[in-house]
Ligand binder design. Structure first.
Ligand SMILES: NC(=O)C1=CN([C@@H]2O[C@H](COP(=O)(O)OP(=O)(O)OC[C@H]3O[C@@H](n4cnc5c(N)ncnc54)[C@H](OP(=O)(O)O)[C@@H]3O)[C@@H](O)[C@H]2O)[C@@H](O)CC1
Ligand SMILES: Nc1ncnc2c1ncn2[C@@H]1O[C@H](COP(=O)(O)OP(=O)(O)OP(=O)(O)O)[C@@H](O)[C@H]1O
Ligand SMILES: [Mg+2]
Length: 391
């Protein structure tokens, strides 16, 4: 595995610059950037780098920007991140080594969301993608795609008698636990619904994933669950929350007991992460703001003016794959722990970029009629443009 450049371009916020330049967080970022060098030449070739000069120019750009001006939000050099964390296609690898992802979601109302998340994971490059959903949703999701492995195991209150709930809940956890250790990342929430019994069962799954050290992306109704039960993710550095504008508002109100303040967006996001404890949050919007409670980066490259539902689901599936690649990459980088870049942050940066590029391509082709499936169609091309699949 190669080393990431993880380079950040700076968004100027002059009124706060001096304070930030002197801060430990700023110095830490510089150390982190330096720690990402040098890049071994084998990875440059495998990930499509034309030459090793690209690595150093990326570094110079980033360190220059950070040393000369300061602020709290850094525009991620997201393409560099994607290149560095995407594993080479190696003939020696076997099925599963590029990633096994599971989506926990899909109920009577929503079958599209879990499908979008799970198929996106495959299209980005995972080898296997599972969906754990309710029985009603399973046949429908299977009919969308034979690529997905669908487990019809979740139950909603209407299908379980009160006196059966304890045993059904136990059976669900037992079934998921059989698989859990094989997953590189799980996504909890796309199309999950809000049935109370189902959410109780999913709480057990989240706790189990945490005990097993499985990175967990929480999105959609998973965020509804977690916002009302913060202990599920509190203190878990492998948890990524991906709220949209409404989900973020609910989270801020619950945790910080105030309203979203766009004037202090990055500070508020950092504080939110700190209060919950160790999690990474990607606040979706015009720009995607990403924080692990220490630094805030953003991805703001323009994607598409279409706001069709389902783009967040593509994002959650993509982030799951990139976060697991980034984790593998960082763990194998032999950096001391205190110098390691947060792989969950890298996963968010990469996922955001890929979605935005794909949305842009899809809009160019389909204009107003662009729908989520059109965007998924471009995930492969977008990744190929950044990181050709030479092997
Ligand atoms: N094809 C599929 O299967 C898809 C299924 N999906 C799944 O649906 C589930 C629910 O996810 P969600 O994003 O639609 O839910 P949520 O954030 O509650 O917003 C719903 C709407 O409520 C409103 N609204 C809510 N709060 C508000 C507020 N504070 N202030 C103001 N308005 C507020 C607002 O509507 P508006 O007011 O704009 O009409 C908003 O658009 C989840 O499981 C997800 O994965 C999606 O992924 C899409 C594709
Ligand atoms: N106003 C915007 N301009 C540009 N991009 C946006 C805008 N709002 C959201 N996005 C991008 O679209 C992607 C999905 O975000 P969105 O807010 O639509 O998620 P969501 O509501 O959870 O989606 P879903 O319908 O799948 O639940 C993110 O990458 C986000 O940055
Ligand atoms: Mg959503």
């Amino acid at each position: 595995m190669s080393r990431p450049t993880g380079a950040w371009r700076h968004q100027p916020q002059p009124q706060r610059g001096l304070m930030w330049a002197a801060s430990p967080a700023f110095r830490r970022q510089l150390v982190l950037l330096r720690s990402l060098l040098p890049c071994p030449s084998h990875s440059s070739v495998a990930a499509g780098f034309p030459s090793s000069t690209r690595c150093s120019s990326t570094f110079l750009r980033a360190s220059h920007a950070m040393a000369t001006s300061a602020g709290t939000v850094y525009e991620a050099d997201a393409e560099a991140v994607v290149r560095r964390i995407t594993p080479p296609l190696d003939r020696a690898r076997h099925k599963g080594q590029a990633g096994k992802i599971a989506v926990i979601g899909g109920c009577r109302e929503y079958t599209g969301a879990p499908y979008f998340a799970a198929i996106s994971a495959l299209k980005v490059g995972a080898d296997l993608s599972h969906v754990f959903c309710t029985k009603d949703a399973a046949t429908v999701i299977k009919s969308y795609s034979p690529e997905l492995i669908v487990h019809p195991i979740l139950e909603e209150s209407y299908s379980v008698r009160d006196d059966e709930q304890a045993s059904v809940s136990y059976n669900i956890l037992t079934e998921v636990a059989k698989w859990m250790g094989r997953f590189d990342c799980i996504v909890v929430g796309p199309g999950l619904g809000r049935d109370s019994f189902l959410l109780d069962c999913v709480s057990n799954i989240i706790r189990h994933a945490r005990e097993a050290n499985i990175p967990t992306v929480v999105d959609g109704d998973g965020l509804f669950l977690v916002t009302n039960n913060l202990s599920l993710v509190a203190g878990n550095p492998l948890a990524i929350l991906t709220p949209n504008v409404y989900e973020y508002k609910r989270l801020v109100q619950k945790v910080l007991n105030c309203d979203v303040d766009d004037e202090t967006a990055s500070d508020q996001l950092n504080t939110l992460c700190q209060k919950i404890g160790e999690v990474t949050i990607m606040r979706k919007g015009k720009a995607d703001l990403i924080s692990d409670g220490k630094t805030v980066t953003q991805v703001s490259i323009f994607g598409s003016p279409r706001r069709c539902g389902g783009q967040g689901d593509i994002l959650s599936g993509s982030v799951a794959v990139f976060a697991s690649w980034a984790r593998h990459f960082i763990l194998s980088s032999e950096q001391p722990i205190e110098k390691r870049v947060n792989p969950m942050t890298l996963g968010c940066i990469a996922g955001s970029l890929l979605l935005r590029k794909s949305a842009s391509h899809a809009f160019e082709k389909n204009k107003r009629s662009t729908v989520t499936s059109d965007i998924i169609e471009f995930l492969g091309k977008s990744l190929e443009d950044i990181c050709p699949a030479a092997y």
